[in-house]
Design a protein around this ligand. Structure first.
Ligand code: FES
Length: 85
């Protein structure tokens, strides 16, 4: 799902019960990763179908060349919190 907080626009994923948070905007172009396609721990961009590893942000498939920023996330009281420091 897509979440906006301050200047951040984030994509939040639940992979096997573990939450991962990354920047929503694809590093390749105008794609939105929260609107992408998910299979296991891979998200495929909805624009040019580049792929990222949800856990690490690493590029899995081009045309993306730059890794996605993934923020360390914890869940407290049912709320997903991230460290943007
Ligand atoms: S905008 Fe995401 S792969 Fe091009």
């Amino acid at each position: 799902m897509r979440v906006e907080s301050g200047d951040l626009v984030l994509a939040v994923f639940n992979v096997g019960g573990v939450f991962y948070v990354m920047n929503d905007a694809c590093t390749h172009g105008p794609g939105s990763l929260s609107e992408g396609y998910i299979e296991d721990d891979i998200v495929e961009c909805n624009f040019h179908n580049g792929q990222f590893n949800i856990r690490t942000g690493e590029v899995v498939s081009p045309p993306c060349m730059i890794a996605q920023t993934v923020y360390p996330a914890i869940v407290e009281g049912g709320t997903v919190m991230i460290d943007v420091g």
